[in-house]
Design a protein around this ligand. Structure first.
Ligand code: AFP
Length: 358
């Protein structure tokens, strides 16, 4: 396989798009260095004494793992001094992190989930880091950035990517010209281009959802999943497979590799949360990656990249992956909203009607 180092890929992208030269490429290199450091810590697991709980909570009220905090520190340590960023924001930090005045400030903003799927880390399952790059609005007078500067729709991202710390450590990146995968060669400590121009299969027989929430889903999602479960005995006339790793990075990577659809929909489990996943540092970067690979990413009612953020840590419903399935799920939401969804009967549920009682 003809592979080449990540830096060669960046240089070729700069030649294609001069706007990526200089600050931007140097920033991406700093992010990649952060992911290499995290990959090293994750791979040593218990041997490095970094597993288990930190004994604190993040702004989401979620227990922090030691590696959550260490991964967050790795991004700060590798990215704060290069002079390419004005500020950073993270799942693990309540507010934004303006670059200290002691360091030069740049024209980009970095948003990241330093360790996604961290509830899997203590049981040695795949976890990852997710990152998104935005331009910092020109404050003109070099004013310290604010959280409001980050609240840009996902379509404004200039780059998005993730690192997957799995059997092999991989990096997946888009700078707006396709989605590309790199594998870490630990012998030389470099990511090598192994999966150029990834494309998501438009059709699939595989869906990923946390099925334990079924009773809390909205009816269009209940309809879609029930039809998948009915398989060849129902309206889909084909059997489906289900996967659930509880690590978004792993689910998205599988979809990039072999197609599929991932759903973390709105549910009534906690009416204060319109979904579990965060817009700025999970849904938006993954949506850009998926769309650049020919897939779709939706809330069920609108394109994720069009959502106007209202808060740094806001949550959104996420439905992404193979084009045909996401379009079907969006159609089911429209039919539900318009009262056009037909009474649903399935051999699995005898005469149970999942939809409107009227
Ligand atoms: P953690 O980082 O707290 O493990 O959450 C992971 C995640 O945000 C996303 O990566 C998974 O797809 C989803 O949550 C898993 O949610 P469930 O715990 O409900 O399965």
């Amino acid at each position: 396989m003809r592979t080449y180092q990540f830096n060669k890929f960046l240089i070729e992208e700069q030649r294609r798009n001069p706007a990526l030269a200089g600050d931007f490429s140097m920033l991406i290199s700093d992010v990649v260095r952060s992911c290499k450091a995290i990959a090293q810590g994750v791979s040593r697991g218990s041997l490095a004494g970094v597993l288990g709980d930190q004994g604190s909570e993040n702004v989401q009220g979620e227990a922090q793992k030691k590696l959550d905090v260490l991964a967050n520190q790795a991004f700060i340590h590798h990215c704060e001094w290069g002079g390419h960023l004005a500020a950073m924001a993270s799942e693990e930090m309540d507010d934004i992190y303006p670059i200290p005045a002691s360091n030069p400030r740049g024209k980009y903003l970095l948003v990241f989930d330093p360790l996604d799927g961290s509830s899997n880390i203590d049981v040695n399952l795949s976890v990852g880091s997710i990152f998104s790059v935005l331009r910092c609005p020109d404050n003109g007078d070099g004013k310290t950035p604010t959280a409001a500067d980050f609240l840009q729709p996902g379509k404004c991202q200039v780059a998005a990517g993730y690192a997957l710390y799995g059997p092999s450590a991989m990096l997946v990146l888009t700078v707006g010209n396709g989605t590309h995968g790199f594998t870490l060669d630990r012998n030389i400590g470099e990511f090598l281009l192994t999966h150029p121009n990834l494309v998501i299969a438009p059709e699939t027989r595989e869906f990923a959802i946390n099925a334990s929430n079924e009773r809390f889903w909205e009816k269009p999602v209940q309809r879609y999943v029930a039809e998948c479960l009915a398989g060849r005995t129902g309206v889909r006339e084909k059997d489906f497979n289900m996967r659930w790793v509880a690590s978004m990075v792993a689910e998205v990577h599988r979809i990039l590799m072999r197609g599929g659809v991932f759903l973390y929909p709105r549910d009534s489990k906690d009416l204060g949360k319109p979904g579990r996943l965060r817009l700025m540092y999970e849904a938006n970067p993954m949506a850009m990656i998926v769309e650049q690979a020919g897939g779709l990413a939706s809330t069920g009612r609108e394109r994720i990249l069009d959502v106007q953020p209202t808060g740094l840590h806001q949550r959104v419903p996420v439905i992404l992956g193979s084009h045909a399935e996401v379009e079907r799920i969006e159609r089911y939401h429209r039919e539900y909203e318009n009262g056009e969804d037909q009474p649903f009967r399935s051999p699995l549920f005898s005469t149970r009607t999942l939809f409107r009682d009227d």
